[in-house]
Design a binder for this molecule. Structure first.
Ligand code: FAD
Length: 328
């Protein structure tokens, strides 16, 4: 028997869970399809020190568990699965997971974006313990330390320059001789005396998993094939992000990089909203994801109220009331 919902939210990161808290408190009884990374990207990090409300900081997984509990408290229903297919061609929209079929009047997409990683075991084991994919988030922890940045695009150079505010030395490891970054960015980075380069080189290994911290790295020079070991306190992987938008290809407008195009949080399809990293190529922070999650839930609520009103029942749409009051 298919589930029939007013509102379904895809994703259980900061965007999805914030949307769920707002929607549940508006009595919309939302369904959250959590995806296989329940809690989203913050579950792979340790200290989060920039989410307001936690002066001593909070562990990423704990923050997400608290958000989950808050959404659950107001009646959110959860499914621990991925949405495997979705049909946005008509309302109610149709979603399939491995075990469920869902029809929903309104959909909020919060499927996030995954930082691209190199795929090494030591990289994943030390993620949040000296390895990071976000300089804005974790740069502060590397005051007076020596760090490496892997990548050769604008993001890598930008992250390297940002890290020089904290670290004593930042070395960019790039597999080619030439950077893919824009000329202006290369110029700025080259003028920064704290940034050094290992070109034609790839990261081979991050030590030391047995100690649970980064102590050194091994780098292979692709020209000489020589492997050298260097003391290190941190490694930032800056080889880009991949928005999780495969399900919507051909159904929603996307940017060149595959992020969902929105006007605020509205997509071009009525009743489909997108929030968080899946539509945010620029900020990609938990607080901005939460902010747009809130916006999407309010837009969903206002749309459902307006439609109920049109059908001749329900209260006057809150958005129209708010707009009328603002004009007075
Ligand atoms: C290592 C690291 C450290 C970070 N540290 C900080 C920090 O200190 N402070 C900060 O503000 N930000 C930090 N960030 C960034 C922050 O994690 C993201 O900006 C935030 O998680 C984005 O939230 P989101 O809800 O948009 O997406 P995500 O957190 O990416 O969540 C996406 C959700 O979608 C689900 N999903 C994906 N595909 C499907 C599908 N097909 N069906 C259903 N569900 C699906 C996933 O399971 C997941 O639950 C960090 C990121 C990383 C990688």
């Amino acid at each position: 028997m298919p589930l029939r919902k007013k509102l379904t939210i895809l994703g259980s990161g900061s965007a999805g869970l914030t949307a769920a808290i707002y929607a549940a408190r508006a009595n919309l009884e939302p369904l959250v399809i959590q995806g296989l990374q329940a809690g989203g990207q913050l579950t792979i990090t340790t200290d989060v020190e920039n989410f307001p409300g936690f002066p001593e900081g909070i562990q990423g997984p704990q923050l997400m568990e608290e958000m989950h509990k808050q959404a659950e408290r107001f009646g959110t229903q959860f499914i621990y699965d991925n949405a495997e297919s979705i049909d946005l061609s008509k309302r109610p929209f149709h979603i399939r997971t491995s075990a469920e079929e869902i029809y929903t009047d309104v959909l909020i997409i919060g499927t996030g974006a995954s930082a691209k990683l190199l795929g090494m075991e030591s990289e994943s084991k030390l993620m949040g313990h000296g390895v990071s994919a976000c300089a804005t988030c974790d740069g502060f922890f590397f005051r007076d330390k020596e760090v490496y940045v892997v990548g050769g695009g604008d993001t890598a150079l930008e992250e390297a320059m940002f890290l020089t505010r904290f670290a004593t030395k930042v070395t960019v490891i790039h597999r080619r001789e030439q950077f893919r970054a824009s000329a202006i960015m290369i110029d700025r980075a080259k003028r920064n005396e704290k940034v050094e380069y290992m070109l034609n080189s790839v990261l081979e290994e991050i030590n030391d998993v047995s100690k649970g911290e980064v102590t050194s790295i091994k780098v292979r020079n692709l020209v000489t094939n020589a492997v050298t070991e260097h003391p290190a306190d941190g490694v930032f992987i800056a080889i880009g992000h991949k928005p999780n938008t495969e399900l919507f290809v051909g159904q929603l407008d996307m940017t060149e990089a595959g992020y969902i195009k929105t006007d605020g949080v509205k997509t071009a399809i009525k009743g489909v909203f997108a929030a968080g990293d899946v539509q945010d190529e620029l900020y990609r922070q938990a607080i901005t994801a939460a902010g747009t999650g809130c916006m999407a839930a309010l837009e969903a609520q206002w749309l459902l109220e307006a439609e109920e009103e049109q059908e001749g029942h329900g209260e006057a749409p809150k958005k129209q009331v708010a707009e009328a009051l603002a004009k007075q």
